[in-house]
Design a protein around this ligand. Structure first.
Ligand code: MF3
Ligand code: CO
Ligand code: CO
Length: 255
C-alpha cells in the first residue's frame, strides 16, 4: 500500500488556488503563442507572470531542470526545454506545461496550442489528446483505480488510430510536484493503484500520431529527460490536476 496522506479542507483550498493560477498562466500565455515567437520568450513570460502572482515556477531547478516551463513542439513528446533558437512557425503544435508552486502546493496543467494554419491531421491529433484526457478524468471514482483511468485513455486513443505513450504519464500531486501513484495511459479496469479521496492526481496522456516508441534525450545538468517520437511524427498532450472527492472528482485546473 502506498503512503498517500489526503489533503485537509484547508490544504484543498491552497491546492485549488495553486491550480487556478496554473490554468490562468496558460490563459495568459495563449495570446503570445504566435508565429515568430521563441520558446525562450514564452519561458520568460510564464516566469514573470508566476512571480507576479506570488508563486514560484516549479520546473525551475527541479532535478536540475534549467527553465520555468516545458515547451514541447511537434515531435517533442514532453519536457521540451525553452531556448532562443526554437522559433514557432506556421503549422506547428506546441504543448506548454505549467506548474505553479503557491503557498506550498503544486498545480500542474498543460495544453497543446495550434500555431497559424495547422493541418487537419494535426488538429485531429490535438483534439484526440484533449478528449483522451477527458475520458481518463471521467473514469475517476472515489473507490476506483489508476487502471480505470488508463483503460479508458488507451481504448479511446487506439480507436482513433493513434498510440499512447507508456513510459511517461500522470502522477499524484499536491504537497510535492510528483507523488504516488503513477497514472498510466494504459491499464485494466480495477487494476493498478487505488485512488484516494481528497488526494490530487494529474491526468496527462501523450498521444502519438505514429509509433508509440519514444527516444530519450539528456538535458545537460539535469536528471530530467526530454522525449521525442522515434519516427519524428507529431505528439500531443493535455494535462489537468484533478481532486478525487468522496463522491467523484473535481478538475482544479479548469480554464
Ligand atoms: N509538468 C511536468 C509533468 O506534468 C513535469 C515537468 S518536470 C520538469 O509532470 F522538470 F521538466 F519541469
Ligand atoms: Co504532471
Ligand atoms: Co505538467
Amino acid at each position: 500500500m502506498k503512503s498517500i496522506v489526503p489533503l485537509s479542507p484547508d490544504e484543498v483550498k491552497k491546492m485549488t488556488r495553486a491550480c487556478r493560477l496554473a490554468a490562468e498562466t496558460l490563459n495568459h500565455i495563449e495570446k503570445y503563442l504566435k508565429i515568430g515567437q521563441t520558446t525562450e520568450e514564452i519561458n520568460q513570460i510564464v516566469h514573470d507572470y508566476t512571480l507576479r502572482n506570488g508563486a514560484v515556477p516549479a520546473p525551475l531547478g527541479y532535478k536540475g531542470f534549467p527553465k520555468s516551463v516545458c515547451t514541447s513542439v511537434n515531435s517533442v513528446i514532453c519536457h521540451g526545454v525553452p531556448d532562443a533558437v526554437t522559433v514557432l512557425k506556421d503549422g506547428d503544435i506546441i504543448n506548454v506545461d505549467v506548474t505553479c508552486k503557491l503557498d506550498g502546493f503544486f498545480g500542474d496543467t498543460s495544453r497543446t496550442f495550434l500555431i497559424g494554419n495547422v493541418s487537419e491531421t494535426a488538429k485531429d491529433l490535438v483534439q484526440t489528446a484533449h478528449q483522451a484526457m477527458m475520458k481518463g478524468i471521467e473514469a475517476i471514482t472515489p473507490a476506483g483505480t489508476t487502471g480505470d483511468i488508463g483503460f479508458e485513455i488507451q481504448k479511446f486513443i487506439t480507436r482513433k488510430g493513434y498510440t499512447a505513450v507508456r513510459e511517461i504519464g500522470g502522477h499524484g500531486v499536491g504537497r510535492n510536484f510528483h507523488e504516488e501513484p503513477f497514472v498510466p495511459s494504459y491499464g485494466k479496469r480495477g487494476k493498478l493503484d487505488r485512488l484516494v479521496p481528497f488526494h490530487c492526481i494529474t491526468v496527462e496522456p501523450m498521444v502519438n500520431q505514429g509509433t508509440e516508441e519514444i527516444i530519450e534525450y539528456d538535458i545537460p545538468g539535469s536528471l530530467i529527460k526530454y522525449y521525442l517520437t522515434a519516427d519524428g511524427l507529431l505528439s500531443a498532450q493535455f494535462e489537468h490536476t484533478v481532486l478525487v472527492t468522496d463522491t467523484g472528482y473535481e478538475i482544479l485546473t479548469q480554464a
